[in-house]
Write a protein that binds this ligand. Structure first.
Ligand SMILES: Cc1ncc(COP(=O)(O)O)c(C=O)c1O
Length: 478
C-alpha cells in the first residue's frame, strides 16, 4: 500500500472505528472463545453437546507432530491423528514450507484448459508404490475417491452391482454409503445403490453373488477401520481369483490403511499376489493440510471411462488436482521416505501391540489387542469375577460400547491422551496416532492405559460412577 492509498491494512484500526478488512489474528483473539457456542448455533449442534457431556470441551491452542497444547500449556498426546489425516504429524515443517512456497509461487492453477506439472508429478510418484497400476484420478476426499472407484468399476465392466463387507466403512456420500456395512449409517437414507453386503472372509457368499453375473466389483478395506478387523489370511487373494473368474474387479479402499498406516506402504501388500484393479487413497496424503483423494487404477479401466474426446469431462471435480493439494501430497510422500515413516509405523506399532498384549492376562476386562503397524484395536469383553460382571452387564444392557467410552474419557481427562471408540456398539478403542510417534509416546500411552485398567478393575468409584451416568444417558436417548 502506498501512502496515497486510502485502503487501510487488514486489521489496522481506522479512525473512530473497528479494524477493517480481514485479519486472522484479530478475529481469533476476539471471537475464538465463542467456539463451542458458534458450533452449537450454526453447525452440527450435537457435537458440542456430546463434548460437554463427556468433558472433552477443551480449548486447544497449538499443535505439532503427535501433540497439541491447551491454553494453560498442558501437553496432549494425539492417538487419533484427526481420524488418520495427520499421518506425518501436525504442521510438519517440510509440508508447511512446501505450502508456503506454492502459495508464494502465484501459479496459474485450475485454468482447467492446460496441463499443470504438479498433478502429473504426484500421479507418477503415487504410482511408483503400486507398479501394476497405471493412472490416477484426483478428487478432494476419501469418499470422493470411493465414488470414483464405484463409477469406474460399473462403467468398465458394464455391470451394476458392487459387493461390500459387513462392518465396512467407505465414506458417507450416497454412493459410498450404499457400500457401507456399518450399522446405522444407511438408516433413513434409502433408496441407495443396489449393492450387496457379504461377511468379510466368506468366500462362499462371494461366489454365490458372483454367479448372478451382475457384479461389477467388490470393495474391501484390507483391514477394517471400524473395529480393526483383519480378514483371514489368504482371503484377499482368493477373493481376487473369484472376482477375476467372473470378470469383476477388486477395489481396495486404503483411505485409512494406506501410506504406511499398517506398517507397509499399502495394507494389501501384506498378502502376496494381491493386485487390486482400483485403489483409493486419501487422509495421510493431505499432509494434514489440504484435503485430497486419489483413485488409482489400471490403464484399461481409465481408457474405457475416458474412451473418446467427447467424454473428457465425464468424471471430473472442480478442485481436483489443485496445486496446494498436489504439493501437500508430494511433500508428504517425500517426508514419508526421508523419515522412514513406514518403518517407524511398523516398529512403533509392534512395540505398542506387544506391550498392550502383555496386559491381556492381567486384566480380565481386556479381551484382545490386534492390528498392524500403527492401526491398533484394544477390545474389552465380559469379565469372569462376579463383582465386575455385574457392572459389565449393567453397561451392556444399556448400550454396547459404553465400557470403551468409559476408558476413552479418563485417558483424556486424567492423562491428556486423545483416543476414540472404534465404531458403534462395539467395545473397542482404536489407536491410530501420527506415524511420527516415538518410544516415549508409546510408553506414555501404555502407562496411562495401565492406570485406567487398574482403576476399572480395582472398582475405582469414579470410573464406574461415570459409567452409571453414561447408562442414564443411553436409556434417556432411547
Ligand atoms: C476406509 C475409508 N474409506 C473412506 C473414508 C471416507 O473418507 P472421507 O472422510 O475423507 O470422505 C474413510 C474415512 O474414515 C475410511 O476410513
Amino acid at each position: 500500500m502506498t501512502s496515497s492509498d486510502p485502503t487501510p491494512e487488514p486489521g489496522s484500526p481506522v479512525p473512530g472505528g473497528q479494524p477493517k478488512g480481514f485479519d486472522l489474528g484479530t478475529l481469533l483473539a476476539e471471537r475464538g472463545g465463542e467456539r463451542y457456542d458458534l458450533h452449537g448455533k450454526h453447525l452440527n449442534h450435537q457435537l458440542p453437546r456430546m463434548l460437554h457431556t463427556i468433558g472433552f470441551d477443551k480449548f486447544y491452542e497449538r499443535a505439532e507432530g503427535a501433540h497439541f497444547w491447551d491454553a494453560e500449556g498442558n501437553d496432549y498426546l494425539d492417538m487419533l491423528a484427526g481420524f488418520g489425516v495427520m499421518g506425518v504429524g501436525r504442521h510438519h515443517p517440510v509440508v508447511r514450507k512446501a505450502l508456503h512456497d506454492v502459495l508464494d509461487a502465484g501459479l496459474p492453477d485450475l485454468t482447467r484448459f492446460d496441463c499443470q506439472p504438479l498433478p502429473g508429478l504426484l500421479a507418477e510418484k503415487l504410482l511408483s508404490y503400486t507398479p501394476h497400476l497405471d493412472r490416477v484420478f484426483f478428487g478432494n476426499s476419501g469418499t470422493e475417491a470411493v465414488e470414483t472407484a464405484l463409477k469406474f468399476a460399473r462403467y468398465a465392466t458394464g455391470k451394476p452391482r458392487v459387493l461390500y463387507c459387513k462392518h465396512s466403512f467407505h465414506g458417507l456420500t450416497t454412493g459410498s454409503l450404499s457400500v457401507n456395512g456399518e450399522e446405522g449409517f444407511q438408516d433413513g437414507f434409502a433408496p441407495l445403490l443396489p449393492d450387496t453386503e457379504i461377511e468379510v472372509g466368506d468366500l462362499d457368499a462371494l461366489a454365490r453373488e458372483l454367479k448372478r453375473g451382475d457384479v461389477a466389483a467388490m470393495i474391501v478395506e484390507p483391514i477394517q477401520g471400524h473395529g480393526v478387523y483383519i480378514p483371514p489370511a489368504g482371503y484377499l487373494r482368493s477373493a481376487q481369483s473369484l472376482l477375476r473368474a467372473h470378470k469383476a474387479l477388486l477395489i481396495c479402499d486404503e483411505v485409512q490403511t494406506g501410506i504406511g498406516r499398517t506398517g507397509t506402504f499399502y495394507a494389501y501388500q501384506q498378502e502376496e499376489g494381491v493386485e487390486p484393479d482400483l485403489l483409493t487413497v486419501a487422509k495421510t496424503l493431505s499432509g494434514g493440510y489440504v484435503p485430497v483423494g486419489a483413485t488409482l487404477g489400471r490403464d484399461w479401466i481409465f481408457k474405457k471411462v475416458y474412451s473418446s474426446m467427447d467424454r473428457v469431462l465425464v468424471h471430473s471435480a472442480s478442485y481436483g488436482s489443485n496445486a496446494q493439494a498436489m504439493v501437500a501430497g508430494l511433500a508428504t510422500l517425500s517426508v514419508m521416505e526421508d523419515e522412514q515413516l513406514v518403518e517407524n509405523s511398523r516398529r512403533m506399532g509392534d512395540l505398542l501391540r506387544t506391550r498392550l498384549a502383555a496386559l491381556v492376562d492381567e486384566y480380565e476386562l481386556l479381551k484382545d489387542v490386534r492390528g498392524r503397524g500403527l492401526m491398533v484395536a484394544v477390545e474389552f469383553g465380559r469379565p469372569k469375577s462376579l463383582k465386575l460382571r455385574g457392572r459389565w452387564t449393567m453397561l451392556q444392557a444399556a448400550r454396547k460400547g459404553l465400557f470403551a467410552q468409559m476408558v476413552v474419557v479418563p485417558l483424556l481427562q486424567r492423562h491428556r491422551i486423545l483416543t476414540q471408540v472404534s465404531g458403534d456398539h462395539i467395545e473397542v478403542i482404536k489407536l491410530i496416532p501420527p506415524l511420527v510417534v516415538d518410544e516415549a509416546d508409546i510408553d506414555r500411552f501404555v502407562n496411562a492405559f495401565t492406570d485406567v485398567m487398574d482403576d476399572a478393575h480395582g472398582g475405582g468409584g469414579l470410573m464406574w460412577d461415570f459409567g452409571r451416568t453414561l447408562v442414564k444417558q443411553a436409556v434417556a436417548n432411547r
